[in-house]
Design a protein around this ligand. Structure first.
Ligand SMILES: C[S@@+](CC[C@H](N)C(=O)[O-])C[C@H]1O[C@@H](n2cnc3c(N)ncnc32)[C@H](O)[C@@H]1O
Length: 324
């Protein structure tokens, strides 16, 4: 909405010709004022990618070819935001417009301050607790562009879940798991911590499917889980199928940027759907998250196996008849 108003108002402008690079537009973004027939979106998050695909060209990876302008949709992670601005500037000719749109809660004001030190910025358009501004593309400070990095021996990158190292909830879950066997699914596998730990501890596991919506996280998982039993799936876990002897999961509760425990509950329903009748699942969650009712609806057996540091691990068995 704010971006459309800023374009219609003339506060920011795009050239009349040439391709426009859109970086991380969420599925819910208002793109109505953009020339979508000459836009290419980079969106590594599968549900957003699939929602955008019917409307425009979209790819999880960096697209080939030249661009006349770029629009950055501000992510919450500060280092990723800087990375996107630096890459947008490098993808267009010097001086070409790079538009940035974002909410105050995602840090648009501090980014604007930082960008002003490195590039010429037009007037900022303020609306709806956020800002849209355009800068003339220029090299951003060294260090803004991020690559895959090492976090305590694990490969991660800025912007993915728990990029600084293992999540304490996932550590608790991995420490609680008994040895597993057969086919295992890691739903919302992130950069692969749970799969790496369980494969190391469970020689009787025959296959481990890592299902993850964030292509950036999944590419880190490929580096972190070199085990040949692992298979990597860029997919929306809430629509995942199959039959597994065991499932492990640290469910998300933020679909893109909006906090919503409904996403965690959708994960719980998927676990119910894919778990074999005699299978077992282990789920970790913040103690305060309201998952009890969803767990009770989906499983006849729910046992708390560990509690520490605000997290609890539950073991789930006897999935109730699927209502898919
Ligand atoms: C709480 S993190 C856990 C990550 C990893 N299992 C770990 O323990 O470090 C939840 C993960 O689910 C992913 N995710 C969010 N929505 C998803 C969806 N609809 N389908 C698949 N993965 C999703 C996030 O990108 C994130 O990596």
């Amino acid at each position: 909405m704010r971006l459309s108003l800023a374009l219609e108002d003339g506060a920011v402008a795009l050239p009349d010709e040439g391709r426009v690079l859109l970086l991380r537009p969420p599925a819910y973004a208002d793109l109505s004022a953009l020339p979508l027939d000459r836009c290419v979106a980079v969106q590594p998050f599968r549900p957003d990618h699939d929602a955008l695909a019917p409307r425009m060209a979209v790819t999880p990876d960096w697209p080939e070819g030249a661009f006349a302008a770029a629009v950055v949709f501000l992510p919450r992670a500060k280092r990723l935001a800087r990375d996107l601005v630096a890459r947008a500037c490098a993808a267009v000719p010097p001086g070409a417009p790079v538009i940035v749109d974002g909410d105050k809660t995602d840090g648009i004001e501090s980014l604007l301050k930082d960008v002003r030190r490195a590039a010429e910025v037009g007037g900022a358009f303020s609306k709806a607790h956020g800002k849209t501004f355009a800068l003339a593309a220029a090299p951003m400070p060294s260090g803004w562009t991020v690559e895959a990095e090492d976090a305590d021996g694990w490969t991660t990158r800025a912007g993915i879940f728990s990029a600084d190292g293992p999540d304490p909830g996932s550590v608790l879950l991995a420490d609680t798991l008994p040895p597993l066997k057969g086919a295992v699914c890691d739903l919302g596998a992130g950069w692969g911590y749970l799969s790496a730990r369980l494969l190391e501890a469970s020689p009787a596991v025959t296959a481990c499917d890592l299902v993850e919506a964030d292509a950036d996280a999944l590419s880190c998982a490929r580096a972190n889980v070199p085990d040949p039993r692992a298979a990597f799936h860029w997919a929306d876990a809430t629509a995942w199928g199959g039959t597994y002897d065991a499932v492990v999961c640290n469910p998300p509760f933020h679909p893109s940027r909006k906090a919503d425990p409904a996403l965690g509950r959708a994960f719980i329903r998927t676990i119910r759907n894919v778990l074999a009748p005699r299978g077992r699942a282990w789920v970790v969650a913040n103690r305060h998250l309201p998952y009890e009712a969803a767990l009770g609806e989906a499983f006849a057996q729910v046992d708390v196996r560990a509690e520490a540091k605000g997290y609890k691990v539950v073991e789930l068995a006897r999935p109730k008849r699927s209502r898919r």
